[in-house]
Design a protein around this ligand. Structure first.
Ligand code: F6R
Length: 366
């Protein structure tokens, strides 16, 4: 049932190109137009909303953060992202002018369901992005966008995450066209790039041996830091969660500009710092953060796009590359080396990768 793979997690990471393709293809036509039958909104209804609120937990919340950036960039609608277990207890600003998006792989997470009910009771229009047909959350939402990732068995979410991100890209572009912040042609250019993601993910998976070698050298770390700016910070958060949940190494993600406001005090000779540098406009700032941590003895593993590898190598000990893509779409690629790194680190430490201690695949208790 693991299809020849040692663990479900490895199998599911390898299913990512197909999961992305299956999620995209029913929603785009040959002319790169987006067809979102699941979001039955007219332009007028859309203009009625004054904000979007995304609620989710864990990895799904990280997908929400990437989605916030995409929707704000493409459709120019303000988006807030909130952890479902916080949202539901804080008397949130939600009313009939809110479009609420609940993101949940299982569609059964208790806090996400409760947040959805809270928002519905306050009059919000509720859309869910979920991977399980007929799940509780899918039954209670007004509109459902299914990610077609297929069953995810490993506790650590990989292919579901990547399809959630892609779903949010499609929704952002769809809203942009409906609202008129992007032309059909501009949307078409983005869609054409989205179609290249499956092959690009495959190219990263093909580098798994390099990442395994790195993990085999670094698996004894006590503590690992992930740094990035902008959407790279969101990918950093996801990479950090993946590593800690399956390898049991303490790790944290910090917006790179925040380092010198405290966390840099923890760096020692040989501390592993994973630095994400995929954002054009933030690139120089990231290089200086990398130099800063290296000067304090950190061992820096950078993730960047291929065309920049040589330059980044001057400020890093190891460079992992992803294929070049549009700025907004790098999270769908940059997460893959981090998933592989978490996986091979856990394997090197002899951890039970698919069933980490203390964790359940779907959290139906509060
Ligand atoms: C981490 C992970 C969890 C889930 C979270 C939400 O790898 O899988 O953080 O993302 O428990 O679960 P769903 O998406 O089913 O609501």
């Amino acid at each position: 049932e693991k299809g020849g793979y040692q663990h479900f997690m490895l199998k599911e990471m390898h299913e990512q190109p197909k999961a992305v393709k299956d999620t995209l293809s029913p929603r785009i036509d040959d002319e790169n137009r987006i067809l979102l039958d699941e979001l039955r909104l007219t332009g007028e209804e859309l203009n009625h909303f004054n904000k979007i609120t995304i609620v989710a937990c864990g990895t799904a919340m990280h997908a929400g953060l990437v989605g916030k950036h995409a929707i704000e960039t493409f459709a120019r609608i303000p988006v807030e992202v909130e952890i479902a277990s916080e949202f539901r207890y804080r008397d949130p600003f939600v009313d009939e002018r809110t479009l609420l998006i609940a993101v949940s792989q299982s569609g059964e997470t208790a806090d996400t369901l409760a947040a959805l009910r809270e928002a519905k009771a306050r009059g919000a229009h509720v859309l869910t992005i979920t991977n399980v047909v007929g799940s509780r959350i899918s039954r209670e939402a007004h509109d459902v966008f299914y990610t077609w990732a297929g069953p995810e068995i490993a506790v650590a979410s990989t292919k579901a995450y990547i399809t959630q991100v892609v779903a949010l890209y499609l929704i952002g572009l769809y809203l942009a066209e409906l609202k008129g912040t992007m032309t059909r042609q501009q949307v078409g250019e983005k869609v054409a790039e989205l179609k290249t993601l499956p092959d690009k993910i495959q190219q990263i998976l093909d580098q798994q041996e390099t990442i395994q070698e790195l993990a085999n050298k670094q698996f004894n770390q006590q503590s690992v830091f992930f740094i990035g700016r902008g959407i790279d910070d969101y990918t950093a958060k996801e990479g950090s969660l993946k590593l800690k949940e399956i390898s049991y190494i303490h790790s944290e993600a910090i917006a790179a500009g925040e380092l010198k406001h405290g966390t840099i005090a923890l760096l020692e000779e040989g501390t592993l710092v994973v630095a994400l540098a995929t954002q054009e406009q933030l690139y120089d700032k990231m290089l200086s953060n990398m130099k800063e941590v290296k000067a304090r003895g950190a061992y820096v593993v950078a993730v960047t796009e291929e065309p920049r590898a040589a330059e980044v190598a001057l400020s890093a000990d190891v460079v992992l590359t992803i294929p070049d893509t549009h700025n907004e779409f790098t999270p769908a690629l940059a997460v893959v080396p981090l998933q592989l790194f978490a996986y091979y680190t856990a394997v090197a430490r002899g951890a039970d990768v698919d069933k980490p201690k203390n964790l359940a695949k779907s959290v139906t208790v509060e």
